[in-house]
Design a protein around this ligand. Structure first.
Ligand SMILES: Cc1cc2nc3c(=O)[nH]c(=O)nc-3n(C[C@H](O)[C@H](O)[C@H](O)COP(=O)(O)OP(=O)(O)OC[C@H]3O[C@@H](n4cnc5c(N)ncnc54)[C@H](O)[C@@H]3O)c2cc1C
Length: 499
């Protein structure tokens, strides 16, 4: 029997049981998480279940790159360990899916076989020390040589630094006069071949996600011509397609993580007696745990939506609105869920071996990488405002009412959204508005899931809580504030001089 003959429910059940055995019986994940890297034998045991087969097309021996299966796998992993889930997320969204879609036909089989049979892994190199958010200005360059391309530059913060067998590397073409082209090219590199090896100059002391190595990578490689990824149109559009698909897979990583925060919070608050009763009887605790439940509901709805729209058969280059909304909102919810669990756990949550405390640190960079959330929220607002201008519509509610993505959800926010947008908004207001829009889009997903039969009490609670959040975000949006940082603030500001 091969991996493709097993039903997904059986496959994921086996995988969950293996993780439980490895992390709770054979070893203790709470202790393992405090060490950098994962013992190679443990990684071998995990990869022997062929988890990455979910992202390999059937004709190459995989389970067929079905988004539902990819998200299911990410969720199963993140219930036990967010870093393990991110390890799979990197391999799936930043390597295997781009290879399935854009790699030369002749090189795909070899790569997929090594993933399936030899437990290989791959990652993506975009960020450079001087170019992070401003990635399009990257300085790593490629030049055409006799049988392929030479790539030179410096990258940093790549997940799986020093561990990945393969990389996809972003660079700009250097012309004969030394100028760098505006488009971005992507190349595969096989780290087992000397000319293609990336040199790790430094390993970073990442604050969390200890299982995943990060660092500074020096590139001076030569790769064969068929290692260049082949865009459908431009390289930038290919990059957007890859990044948007990856952002739409964040809910998979969020799903298991948020569920774990919820389960831990419930278990703790049911058993912890304070005064005459347990914590769960307190009104404030009910409110806080309901917020994690709302996160659970939103994340479930995003997974369902993503499963329908983010497969490799679709081009997502133009789907920034949904991709940004899913990534920014779900990562905010992950961080908030971990913060709530720690608060409810009291001092116990402050132990480094506690999953809540680690959850805060491990989920925090999700708000920074693959587009910092502020940047994504600003882009969401910007996209909506531009579309409104195109339709010559200045009234936000009227616009959202005719947009299929928000038509149902916006009815719950009619009062808050009934205003006109004219003139330019400051960046801070764009971000506030983007936060609001991201939450309204999310409620649209939740209502869709309710239509399919998801339980109504969770949906009703979720809508109520998001309404409350939108109200407070709109208060921020409506308050006039152009406060600027005071330079040289120490002059005449020492309290001691006034006592
Ligand atoms: C744990 C982790 C994993 C990562 N994994 C990878 C990986 O696998 N591959 C890879 O190539 N890179 C990876 N990165 C790098 C990551 O993508 C970059 O750190 C990110 O793009 C931000 O770039 P920067 O660090 O240079 O910050 P900067 O670009 O200097 O930005 C710093 C901050 O400034 C603000 N800011 C910047 N621009 C704007 C704007 N336009 N509007 C509003 N605010 C703005 C934001 O708050 C931002 O967080 C990872 C980073 C971390 C921390």
């Amino acid at each position: 029997m091969t991996i493709t003959d097993i039903s997904f429910s059986e496959f994921i059940k086996d995988f969950e049981q293996t993780l439980k055995h490895l992390f709770h019986e054979k070893e203790d994940i709470n202790q393992l998480s405090l060490e950098r890297g994962l013992p190679p034998s443990m990684m071998k045991d995990i990869l022997s279940m062929k988890p990455l087969s979910v992202a390999i097309p059937e004709q190459y021996g995989g389970r067929g790159s079905k988004v539902k299966e990819c998200l299911g796998l990410l969720a199963a992993a993140s219930y036990e360990s967010l870093p393990l889930s991110l390890t799979f997320g990197i391999n799936i969204a930043l390597f295997l899916e781009p290879v399935s879609k854009y790699a030369n036909e002749g090189v795909r089989q070899g790569i997929f076989t090594r993933f399936l049979e030899n437990q290989n892994m791959g990652g993506l190199m975009i960020t450079e020390p001087d170019y992070g958010s401003d990635a399009l200005n990257m300085k790593t360059f490629n030049t055409e040589v006799e049988n392929g391309y030479q790539i030179k530059g410096t990258k940093h913060w790549q997940g799986l630094t020093g561990l990945a067998d393969y990389w996809i590397i972003a660079s700009r073409q250097k012309s004969s006069n030394g100028e760098l082209g505006r488009d971005i090219d992507f190349f595969l590199a096989d780290n087992t071949i000397k000319q293609q090896q990336v040199v790790v100059e430094e390993l970073y002391d990442n604050l969390g996600l200890y299982m995943i190595p990060y660092g500074l990578n020096k590139l001076d490689l030569e790769v064969p011509a068929n290692f260049k990824l082949q865009p459908e149109t431009t390289g930038i559009k290919m990059m957007l397609d890859i990044l948007h698909r990856s952002r739409m897979q964040f809910p998979g990583m969020g799903m298991g993580f948020i569920k774990r925060m919820l389960d831990e919070a419930m278990i703790h608050c049911k058993s912890r007696i304070v005064g005459t009763g347990n914590l769960l009887e307190l009104d404030q605790v009910q409110f806080q745990i309901s917020r994690i439940q709302a996160a659970y509901t939103i994340c479930s709805a995003m997974c369902a939506r993503s499963s329908r729209i983010s497969g490799i058969e679709f081009n997502l280059a133009m789907e920034g609105l949904e991709a940004n909304a899913m990534k920014a909102v779900v990562t905010d919810l992950m961080q908030e869920s971990a913060q709530i669990l720690v608060q409810l756990s009291g001092a116990k949550g402050y132990r480094i071996s506690n999953i809540g405390g680690r959850g805060i640190v491990d989920s925090r960079p999700f708000q920074i990488f693959e587009g910092s959330n502020e940047m994504l929220y600003a882009q969401i607002a910007d996209m909506v405002i531009r579309a409104m201008k195109k339709r010559k519509e200045v009234h936000l509610f009227n616009y959202l009412k005719q947009l299929p993505l928000t038509a149902g959800a916006c009815l719950h926010f009619q009062k808050e959204l009934s205003f006109s947008i004219d003139g330019n908004l400051s960046q801070r207001k764009l971000i506030d508005l983007g936060r609001v829009l991201g939450r309204i889009i999310s409620i649209g997903y939740v209502l869709d899931l309710e239509d399919k039969g998801f339980r109504k009490d969770l949906v009703d609670n979720c809508v109520t809580l998001v309404k409350q959040e939108v109200l407070s975000l709109m208060a921020a949006f409506n308050s006039d504030n152009i406060v600027k940082v005071v330079d040289g603030y120490t002059e005449n500001s020492s309290w001691m001089a006034f006592v």
